[in-house]
Ligand binder design. Structure first.
Ligand code: G3H
Ligand code: 13P
Ligand code: ZN
Length: 358
């Protein structure tokens, strides 16, 4: 893989693009599609304000390759849904940031729905800075493994830098350990220094850091095996966090739900049917996401479900047609499976369909 170029700007980031460049890109886009006009990257701040007002949530979809980007953007385009494409450190290492940037530029040029680009789980100031310098409109600094004061200090440093470039910052308080820590166990839900996000600490953290949104730990966790027994998030705690921020004068403050994949059982069944092994995979019930959305979880992070849809699509082709070796013949159906999943999310779970031009 070629060496990553460190300094570049998204040519379509709203604040950086000149009107001349916009016209040129618009010309190229309309040549290709005949119907799209140029649209720069959107800021999550704008998207959040509208989502909070409209009581819908934004999907923040993790992307690593062309097929995922195409599937997500096409589904949102067809459903007129605003969206966030998020890129993890691992995605940058896998695909090369330059490739991801160019793919997203392509996506932005062929759609007119608002798209924000966000760094997912940035683990250092340096990584966040790099993404801000590249033109991301939003970054996450995740120092949640650090003690409160250290987490706040690192977050504050990122906020100070990001805000100079009109970039929003998400931070995280609490640990995404899953619902097994809900009761009784050491460091569990009811301790201020425990795993779950404490409402009063949320207020202190947001005040001290100036972060623009806060990722909460309420029994959510990453991956396909979220719950050992009953599936549940601590939605009461979520309401208390929201209320504490509201009571402290922070208004309808945007909260973020990580680990929000539902691990649809039809995908588990497909994967297992076609040779996979995902026994006991379980996600967040859609009904919980619904409550989270109504409570003001404005950004809902989804990665695992996309991975599963893609895997199910590929496995089906390989299983039914072992002679197939044209990547388009398995990546194509996999892309369609991701698109169907995203369409369902934005229409029926996040309820952001139809809100692209609010
Ligand atoms: O929260 C983690 C996301 O699912 C990204 O995962 O670090 O494997 O790219 P990754
Ligand atoms: P899932 O593993 O539930 O998809 O969560 C993704 C996520 O939180 C990315 O930051
Ligand atoms: Zn996450």
């Amino acid at each position: 893989m070629a060496k990553v170029v460190n300094k570049f700007s998204f040519s379509f980031a709203g604040d950086f693009v000149s009107s001349k460049a916009a016209e040129r890109i618009a010309g190229l886009a309309s040549l290709k599609t005949k119907k799209y006009i140029f649209m720069p990257l959107t800021h999550t701040k704008d998207l959040f304000a509208k989502a909070l007002k409209g009581k819908y949530a934004l999907g923040a979809f993790n992307v690593n390759n062309m097929e995922l980007i195409q599937a997500i953007v096409e589904a949102c385009e067809e459903e007129k849904a605003p969206l966030i494409l998020q890129i993890s450190k691992g995605a940058r290492q896998y695909a090369n940031p330059v490739y991801l940037k160019k793919l997203i530029e392509a996506a932005v040029s062929v759609t007119n729905v608002p798209i924000a680009v966000h760094l997912d789980h940035g683990d250092t100031f340096e990584l966040c800075k790099q993404c801000i310098d590249e033109g991301f409109t939003s970054v996450m600094i995740d120092a949640s493994h650090e003690p409160f004061e250290k987490n706040a200090e690192i977050t504050r440093k990122v906020v100070e830098y990001a805000h100079r470039f009109n970039c929003s910052v998400e931070s995280e308080l609490g640990h995404l350990v899953g619902a097994q820590f809900d009761e009784g166990e050491e460091g569990g839900a009811h301790s201020t220094s425990g795993h779950y996000t404490n409402p009063d600490e949320s207020v202190k953290f947001v005040k001290e850091t100036g972060c623009d949104s806060l990722a909460v730990a309420i029994g959510n966790s990453h991956g396909a095996y979220k719950f050992k027994g009953e599936q549940h998030l601590d939605l009461e705690r979520l309401k208390l966090i929201k209320k504490a921020l509201m009571d402290a004068g922070m208004g309808d403050y945007p909260l973020v739900l990580h680990g929000a994949s539902s691990v649809p059982q039809y995908l588990v069944a497909e994967i297992n049917k076609y040779g996979g092994k995902m026994p006991d995979a379980q996600g967040v019930p859609e009904a919980d996401i619904e409550v989270a959305r109504r409570t003001g979880c404005t950004k809902v992070n989804i990665d695992t479900d996309l991975r599963m849809a893609m895997t199910a699509g590929i496995r089906k082709v390989f299983s039914e047609n072992p002679k197939e070796f044209d990547p388009r013949k398995y990546l194509g159906p996999a892309r369609t499976a991701v698109k169907d999943l995203v369409r369902h999310k934005v229409k029926n779970v996040l309820c952001c369909a139809g809100h692209a031009f609010d």
